[in-house]
Design a protein around this ligand. Sequence first.
Ligand SMILES: *Cc1c(COP(=O)(O)O)cnc(C)c1O
Length: 231
Amino acid sequence: METDFSYIDENYSRILFEVQNAAAKYRNSEDHIDIMAVTKTVDPEAVNHAVRLGIGLLGENRVQEYLAKKDFYSKNADVHFIGHLQSNKVKYIIDSVSLIQSVDSIKLAYEIDKHAKRIGKIQNVLIEVNIGNEESKGGIGKPFLRDLLYEAAEMKNIQVQGLMTIPPSENSEKFLYDMQQLYIDISAENIDNISMDILSMGMSNDYIKAIEYGSNLIRIGRGLFGPRNYR
Ligand SMILES: *Cc1c(COP(=O)(O)O)cnc(C)c1O
């Protein structure tokens, strides 16, 4: 029996509509906003349905889960790693992800550089910033961000393309604003070998606000696939 994925169609239409509205209201007409489907706990069949609708970016959180699912994924989407990444797991994902969004330490950057070099790849990455200084969250603290950027700029097999964040759920608007300012400041610093092309922020509950504050990559899980089903 065919599984009914019409709920994904409906969710995606609603998200597209809202993204277009927010972009029209808050952004320049040339700004492009990418919509990522965040796939944790979602069956590959449902993920592939989202890809058929035109979503070209998948976001993976867990190495084990990703390795179990990746061979079943459509090849028509790029995969980004967006979850906490332990240095000793880099080797399992380096050959199949187009971007790692969750780089938050010099140690992890060094490990990615090392494995990228081994397989002859330049690995695109974002630096994850813990903009609300929350202990429960990953990301580098703002005071240490420049050190990490300058170290990563020296690594030949890493290309930093921007910043990522998960703002605190309380007062998130203030933190979206802080993140936008940080992104603008760092862009203006023109650090050699560092580009600020991607600002990845906004999830199901705050993506419209994130677009208002300059995000160009929103990461949607539940808003697209419905409530998560942990097994
Ligand atoms: C789970 C997750 C998302 C998506 O969250 P939703 O609330 O389901 O949209 C986005 N980014 C990261 C890093 C996540 O872990």
